[in-house]
Write a protein that binds this ligand. Structure first.
Ligand code: GLN
Length: 455
């Protein structure tokens, strides 16, 4: 813990930690020592971790990287960070992210962006660590902590993991409690581990998951011992390669990475099968209707009365001005864009044309996956991202370019499936690239074991 705290102080330029909690960390580390000496040490006991700013942490600023939550210190702990704390994990502080987890580059944060510790070739240009869990990814990749929590609504664990050469697991929807995590799009959000290795993801993932009566969508299923399932034996497992993920204009190195991944799995005894997921091309537009719709509803609670920031009012201003000014000043441009899109697609005249249509297409996307799993496919292998990490600023002014980053990841959230990003190689400039494995519902253990063979 002391070594991590020193590393964090020396790495302020990365912008990974936005609130440091050294007193809490040292107190929990001492408590962990005591537990270890007493022989009562769960797997996470004494492990220094970072917590994404989206998780409410008791008494500690929890701002979702937004001005509108300025000064908010929850009186409660999210179920997931509470489970980690109870398992002995040591919280070092809160990690940078895109505002309300909306973004793919960590550039929408009120704190400013986090920086990817990797550089392309001899270039000094600062790269994005990805988003929205960019601070988590940068912190793990730069050895500021042993692991971090992330959340993933459309790729926010897997894309930053791929951009920084670490492992990221998005569990099956309902596997990890959403209670106490600032809501973005409630039917898509899931928390998961971001770690250096698949084994670490198995250990930390198990500590984060489980049924929670406080989240009505949380599944009443036991969480298996994922670590014990890492046998490396994947003989006979059927791995699907979806042809729709071979996008036009896909960089040759992503194509080569994907080919190498299938060869590695074939060498380990898996059966490779070409498959089709015909509705893939609708996933991105579907996601960018559903996610903003849910966000516009979830973010209605930030009204300047109940939480955080409140705008200064002028003489004669009433409740409407309070809402308008607070939201105009408190939300950044990307969040405002999402709220406007969401409100539009939910409004009476457009509901059927956009929101209802998107829900129907979502069902078709889910059926695509169910069909291939019913036909014997055990897991699906795809690239995690369409490129390696890009330069900060490069896509910031073009939301559509930014949204295209999520092309391989959003299908997984729409279908509620588990997804795992595994670092599998470097590009010609020496930047990390990752592959994605998509699994059957509740089969995180099998997914991790297949990922273990790719690592
Ligand atoms: N980049 C996607 C978005 O901006 C996904 C974000 C996420 O998974 N939280 O919505």
């Amino acid at each position: 813990t002391e070594a991590c705290l020193a590393a964090i102080d020396a790495a302020d330029a990365l912008g990974a930690f936005v609130h440091k909690t050294p007193e809490i960390a040292l107190e929990r580390a001492r408590a962990a020592d005591t537990r270890i000496k007493a022989g009562d040490a769960p797997d996470m006991c004494g492990i220094p971790v970072g917590i994404k700013d989206l998780f409410c942490t008791e008494g500690v600023p929890s701002q979702a990287a937004s001005k509108i939550l300025e000064g908010f210190r929850p009186e409660y702990e999210s179920t997931v960070s509470g489970q980690l704390r109870d398992a002995g994990a040591v919280m070092l502080g809160k990690l940078n992210m895109d505002e309300f987890a909306m973004g793919s580059s960590n550039e929408t944060s009120v704190y400013g962006n986090a920086v990817n510790p990797w550089r392309a070739g001899n270039s000094d240009a600062a790269l994005t660590p990805g988003g929205s869990s960019g601070g988590s990814a940068a912190a793990v990749a730069a050895d500021l902590c042993l692991a971090a929590t992330g959340t993933d609504t459309g790729g926010s664990i897997r894309q930053p993991a791929a951009f920084t050469g670490i492992v990221g697991l998005k569990p099956t929807y309902g596997r990890a409690s959403r209670w106490g995590i600032v809501a973005f799009a409630s039917s898509l959000d899931q928390a998961g581990p971001m770690t250096k290795t698949v084994r670490d993801a198995a250990i930390m993932g198990a500590a984060m998951m489980g049924h929670d009566p406080k989240d009505s969508t949380s599944a009443e299923l036991p969480v298996p011992d994922f670590e014990a399932m890492l046998t490396g034996d994947i003989r006979g497992k059927v791995i699907g390669i979806p042809k729709e993920y071979r996008m036009d204009g896909m960089p040759a190195e992503i194509e080569a990475l994907w080919t190498r991944g299938r060869e590695m799995l074939a060498d380990a005894g898996a059966v490779i099968r070409d498959i089709s997921l015909p509705h893939t091309k609708y996933a991105l537009p579907t996601y960018y209707v559903i996610a903003p719709a849910e966000a516009s509803s979830n973010l209605a609670r930030y009204d300047g009365v109940r939480f955080g920031y409140r705008a200064k009012l002028a003489q004669g201003d009433g409740i409407t001005e309070l809402y308008e000014k607070t939201r105009a000043e408190g939300f950044g441009p990307e969040v405002r864009r999402r709220v406007m899109v969401g409100t539009y697609v939910l409004s009476a005249g457009y509901y059927d044309a956009y929101y209802n249509r998107a829900r129907k297409v979502r069902t078709l996307i889910k059926h695509d996956f169910e069909t291939v799993f019913n036909e014997g496919v055990d897991a699906i292998l795809t690239p995690a991202t369409p490129s390696a990490a890009f330069a900060l600023g490069q896509k910031f002014d073009d939301p559509v370019q930014m949204y295209l980053n999520d092309v391989f990841t959003v299908t997984v959230n729409l279908a509620g499936l588990p997804g795992l990003a595994v670092p599998t190689g470097l590009d010609a400039q020496g930047l990390p690239l990752g592959l994605q494995l998509i699994g059957k519902p509740w089969e995180e253990g099998e997914l991790l074991n297949i990922g273990y063979a790719l690592e």
